[in-house]
Design a binder for this molecule. Sequence first.
Ligand SMILES: [Fe+2]
Ligand SMILES: [Fe+2]
Length: 408
Amino acid sequence: MSEPGSRATVLFVDDEPLVLQGLQRMLRPERDRWDMHFAASAEEALRLMAESPFDAVVSDLRMPGMDGAEFLACVMERSPQTVRIVLSGEMDRGLIFKTVQCAHQYLAKPCQPDALKSALERALALRRMMGDRRLKSLLPQLSSLPSLPALYFEILSEIQAPNASFKRVGELIARDVSLSAKMLQIVNSAFFGLPRRIADIAEAVSLLGFDTVKGLVLSVKVFSQFEVGRIPARWLEELWRHSSQVGLFARGIALSEKLPRRSLDEAFTAGLLHDVGKLIFAQNFPDAAVEMIASAATRPLWEVESERFGVSHAELGAYLLSLWGIGEEVVAALAHHHRPPEAGTPGRVVGVVYAANALEHRLGPGDAPGAPAAALGLEVCRRLNIAGRISAWEAICRKLSAEERLHA
Ligand SMILES: [Fe+2]
Ligand SMILES: [Fe+2]
């Protein structure tokens, strides 16, 4: 694994010499920042990995000898911190799903140079986070990190297909009854301001757009995959209510600020997933999580977590999302939803999500049982450049919440 600050090491694996040559040509301009290696088989790739581990591997799926799914499983075992990306023209869903547990990201061939570069950039942004010593020491203790939900992969491969259709994405979602119900509930909330009630998933998909749908599917499935175990079910239910409301608040605020469509989707996704790190703590350290939730009755949970583990659910959630290849704005919004970055001016989505979370604590029926409301710190608002906007944003969220209650 390369040191943060040095060139990141990336290994490409494909049995097709033309594909490897194409990648080599396409990525030549990136030589200064990435140290790239190319292997014509999984076996050769494993030999190279034995000499020195890589920061990221980008692998084809269908290859003679060891296939991509087996290869990525080996990488996961031998070098768990290597980011694993699939780049494949595979249409066989069975083979795609075999890799779900072992791949962090999935890209469909043919892949535009920009899409590949930005997927790699996002994945390698992890190295910056890994420079954070506290996170580095916590990661080896995590036995399970939620994997990307299989349905998310399926929808992603449909969306990335050249003839992607709302109808087919709608059909995939409709197979999952509880996801469909949650999705219709959110689309029909007052926050989306749609003129009539939508009952058809394909129509919901076309109204929301693929990016909003992706965020929604990801968060609903991550919550439903979670095993409650020792954590009170009521806590999990409340966390989902709070998270979906923060997603809607963040989207409503972004809309009122006339931010571009892309920022609306980012604000929504980040709002829905902002507390996902709490699930990671609960899953990996159930005893500690129960204790931390209890002691958070008098002070913010993120403070209790930081004291005990060195990092809070904010950084842990951001780490998971960057591993999944979610865009940098969303990752930054997760990382800073309680504390602004120490340096630099964060993007607008960061401020929107920070405010949406704090406003939901203020306006909603209450946080996870016993937790005190997150304060809207004036100093934080100044640093995020949103101090002058808070009262307008609060008015919007109040109005929408009131409409929502009438709606329900
Ligand atoms: Fe939080
Ligand atoms: Fe929150």
